[in-house]
Design a protein around this ligand. Structure first.
Ligand code: SF4
Length: 426
């Protein structure tokens, strides 16, 4: 690590953050990064010199534990404390609320991107870039010069282009990340092993226009080669992979195993700056029911802790029909029993589930969910989180305003970790 001052900038290169993800109520940084501090802001950059975080300094910034993050898909996310007294952790499983700069199923009425202080932080990044471009580095070290040159290369316009490059490499955008990726702050390397999904549900706003189809091994290998080049030096700050898209569990176990192992070796995840590699994928009632124990055993032996998130939506036939989900209530019951069995049986595989949460659903939705809980648990389990995805049509309704209270009323009756789930893309 090296720190130097130039003009009114304090620059530190090669700072070391922590080496494992943690649930904390303050801004913790992971892996290696560099930083430029101005009188008004702290800008943090990854090892490619790409902007990653901005935090305001001084009293005008909304909260000392809040910050802005730029994703690899060039989206801004504002990390809000949400007011700890209001139970942010109990609601989301993290000490922050991710406020997104694009439409999602977000139900928080406060929009940080309408705040002058947040907007001026984003503008300040453009100003800083301009300032660095005209800077005469003088007597600073070679490493310092190299860092400044990298930041100059990664202008705001260049970062926008990189998002397009990412989607070109993997052959699509990622319309939704599994809720479990919160465990690694959504910092995953995405690889698409299968497009589309089985159901094309009427209510779903993130489904792809593709029918379900596996990618070839050649295609997966070429994505991984492209991604290695895309992440470049910053690859060592990643320890997790998302196998897309919406039902990767429906791909053959041979393909899942191939993609996971190939990625682990090619990205050298065993030597990442971050411990505990994790693999994330989505599954469905259909793909879960057809996965046999041989497949699960093979996943359990992968060099990752694997999280599979199953879109169940409801255990009530009337609700499933209303959602336009072509699944029978009986299949949901069987799938949930299988989730419980897998979570007890396999150490390195964790199956989580999604249910919808909304005002316009039949009464049977919550009633059947509670019956399912009663039937499935004889004691509390800390594995297998249950997520509730607020339906987007609930936005702005009176129901939306009381969503947290309604969720907490339900949460106390669930003998497993349970959280609200806000859809994030990549
Ligand atoms: S909810 Fe899942 S299964 Fe249904 S359309 Fe959306 S992505 Fe496909």
């Amino acid at each position: 690590m090296e720190t130097f001052a130039i003009d009114n900038l304090r620059i530190t290169v090669d700072k070391e953050g922590t080496n494992s993800y943690a649930k904390v109520s303050y801004p913790l940084r992971y892996g290696r990064f560099s930083e430029i501090v101005t009188p008004e802001h702290i800008f943090q950059f990854n090892l490619n010199g790409e902007l990653k975080f901005i935090k305001g300094r001084g009293k005008r910034w909304p909260h000392p534990s809040e910050w802005l993050k730029k994703t690899i898909a060039d989206d801004w996310v504002y990390y809000s404390t949400g007011g700890y007294a209001a139970g942010t952790y109990d609601c989301f499983g993290e000490y922050y609320v991710p406020c997104l700069s694009y439409p999602s199923n977000h139900f928080i009425s406060w929009d940080p991107f309408e705040e002058d202080v947040v907007r001026s932080a984003i503008e300040a990044w453009g100003d800083l870039h301009g300032k660095l471009t005209g800077l005469h580095p003088g007597s600073i070290s070679e490493r310092g010069r190299e860092f400044i040159a990298l930041v100059i290369l990664n202008s705001p316009a260049e970062l926008r282009k990189r998002s397009e490059t990412l989607h070109k490499i993997i052959g699509d955008g990622i319309s939704v990340l599994p809720p479990d990726t919160r465990h690694v702050d959504y910092e995953v390397i995405p690889i698409i092993i299968a497009d589309g999904c089985l159901y094309k549900c009427g209510f779903c706003r993130v489904k792809s226009h593709f029918n379900f189809g596996e990618r070839s091994r050649d295609n997966i290998e070429s994505q991984i080669t492209g991604l290695k080049y895309f992440f470049k030096r910053d690859l060592c700050n990643y320890n997790s992979v998302f196998l897309g898209q919406h039902d990767a569990l429906n791909a053959s176990v041979d393909l899942i195993e191939f993609a996971a192992k190939y990625a682990f070796d090619a990205f050298d995840l065993g030597n990442s700056n971050l411990k505990c590699p994790r693999l994330f994928l989505f599954g469905s009632v259909g793909s879960l029911l057809k996965s046999d124990h041989d497949a699960l055993k093979r996943m359990d032996r992968l060099p990752f802790k694997t999280y599979i998130n199953i879109g169940i939506e409801s255990a009530d036939q009337e609700t499933l029909d209303k959602l336009g989900k072509g699944v029978a209530e009986g299949a949901v019951q069987k799938a949930f029993a299988k989730i419980m069995d897998i979570n007890r049986r396999y150490e390195n595989v964790e199956i989580t589930s999604n249910f919808v949460f909304g005002s316009d659903l039949p009464d049977g939705h919550i009633e059947s969910f509670l019956r399912l809980m009663e039937k499935s648990f004889d004691h509390r389990l800390d594995k297998g989180s249950i997520y509730f995805s607020p339906l987007m049509n609930a936005k702005n309704s009176r129901w939306t305003k009381s969503i947290k209270r309604k969720f907490f009323d339900l949460k106390v009756k669930i003998p497993a970790p349970s959280f609200l789930y806000l859809i994030q893309r990549l």
